[in-house]
Ligand binder design. Structure first.
Ligand code: FEO
Length: 394
């Protein structure tokens, strides 16, 4: 991988991981993930976070190369999740004079994960707005609780105007992946940070007071241009506003009859001129992408088979994910299927009713085993309600 310099004195020492099967134990990452880490070379050398244990060896090599026989004076711990913090123990053993910078919560978690010698003497506890000078650079710390864990903080380097944003503005995919930022950053955001929109809003307000030239996240590319574009995306996402007009059709089908209805719905919406339509098989496609698309668009149609007097579990799981991530402010249509006692619609509605500001279209399509002509008419009606405006708000 080619060398990445953030600035002359700030070096990238992160590592690409192309072989991980599931990031954070659950997310498929077809283009891998980067564990970003940075070294600020100055009168005092500062390491900004370590990396996952999967990348230990390569990271230490990069660190030593950039240190050029010097030693690190400080480690800033922005986030204690093991994809960034896994090497704290080893690093503190290798450099026994290095101090560790974190907040109260950081050190609570450090003691839970590690057993660091003389931690009391080595720790520097910072609070909101505190600064530490390293020579030419001044680091200022801002707390960002729950973006994505409670101890998260971001660091603003005042001289070169760099914001180190922890998980914020992160993206799936290694740094050498050639793909546009938005799609995988959105999937990352909603699945990992999506629950904490209010906290992201607070962080954005703090960031608005800073002049920022570069954003250095802990995953994904370093952002140097058009920063307003990325900040605006985060603003939309964290307010739970739809990003695009469009429809996600999410289906959970046992034998394919419910799938057929979902596909029919795609055709109907296309005929009616809807341009952006995504369809997902909740049993087979990436659930994280389904969640991303649900948040991306302003409308969603759910089509599911009945099962055990409830709904087919993949749909239930999807809706519980959405609920957990504070899904809100969307219009939803329901299609259920059941041969003798359709129960999927009721079950889906019950979960939707626990969410904020969800409009459910009045027409609920009930398929008895296999879609018939009457169902097709109802689906036309549902499509009209989806596109039009006369719905029930719950
Ligand atoms: Fe990349 Fe929340 O850790």
């Amino acid at each position: 991988m080619k060398e990445i310099n953030i600035t002359e004195q700030i070096k990238y020492i992160g590592v690409d991981d192309k072989t991980i099967d599931l990031f954070e134990g659950q997310y498929v990452v077809p283009n891998g993930i980067s564990y970003n880490s940075y070294l600020i070379k100055d009168e005092k050398n500062v390491i900004m976070d370590t990396v996952d244990k999967r990348a230990t060896e390569e990271w230490f090599k990069k660190l030593e190369k950039e240190l050029e026989n010097e030693k690190p004076d400080y480690l800033v711990v922005s986030h204690m999740e093991p994809d960034h913090a896994a090497n704290i123990q080893k690093l503190t053993e290798k450099y026994p004079n290095m101090k560790i910078i974190g907040n109260e919560k950081t050190f609570t978690f450090i003691q839970q994960f590690f057993d660091i010698q003389k931690l009391e003497e080595r720790k520097i506890v910072v609070k909101e707005g505190d600064t530490i000078s390293t020579g030419k650079h001044t680091l200022q710390f801002f707390m960002a609780p729950m973006v994505h864990w409670p101890e998260v903080m971001v660091t603003y380097e005042q001289t070169e105007k760099i914001l180190f944003t922890a998980d914020g503005f992160g993206k799936f995919g290694t740094l050498d992946t050639d793909e546009e930022w938005t799609c995988e950053a959105r999937r990352y955001y909603f699945n990992i940070v999506g629950k904490y929109g209010a906290q992201v809003q607070q962080l954005l307000k703090k960031a608005a007071n800073l002049e920022i030239k570069t954003i250095c996240p802990l995953h994904g590319p370093i952002l140097k241009e058009n920063l307003d574009f990325y900040i605006q995306k985060y603003d939309i996402w964290s307010k739970y506003e739809p990003e695009d007009e469009g429809v996600l059709i999410a289906y959970a089908s046992i034998y394919g009859n419910t799938k057929e209805a979902a596909q029919e719905m795609v055709s109907i919406l296309k005929e009616k001129g809807v341009e952006k339509i995504a369809i997902t098989d909740l049993a087979r496609d990436d659930m994280a992408e389904a969640i991303e698309d649900a948040f991306r668009y302003d409308k969603m149609i759910l089509a599911a088979s009945s099962y055990n007097m409830g709904v087919f579990p993949f749909m239930e799981q999807f809706l519980h994910h959405l609920q957990g991530k504070h899904f809100q402010n969307r219009k939803v249509g329901i299609i259920e299927n059941g041969t003798w006692a359709p129960s999927a619609g009721k079950c889906m509605r019950e979960i939707l009713e626990k969410m904020r500001n969800i409009e459910i279209c009045p027409t609920v399509v009930t398929i008895r085993s296999k879609m018939n002509e009457q169902n097709k008419k109802e689906m036309q009606q549902l499509a009209e309600e989806m596109i039009g405006g006369d719905n029930n708000e719950i």
